[in-house]
Design a protein around this ligand. Sequence first.
Ligand SMILES: [Zn+2]
Length: 101
Amino acid sequence: MKKMLMVLAAGLVLAAQSVYAGSACGSPCKADKSEKAEVKAQTTCPVMGGKVSKSTYVDHDGKRVYLCCSGCVAKFKEDADKYVREMEDKGIELEKVPAAE
Ligand SMILES: [Zn+2]
């Protein structure tokens, strides 16, 4: 009778081990996000940091810079080079002005 209990216990241990092995690849495997943060599109206004409006932009030096509102357009034009440099320093890739002729 005691032998049977031993076998039963051993079976339980084995079952527990296989469950553990199955779930061993839980969170560490899911955390495998390859971070490609090299090139970012412009999503924020360089003047106020708000969300840009796709219909509010300034073309500067062949680059299209989006802004959040017309007030920022005026501000941006006062110091366009500085704002462009700041964005490029952050790794933001500005859109090229489409060739229009
Ligand atoms: Zn604005």
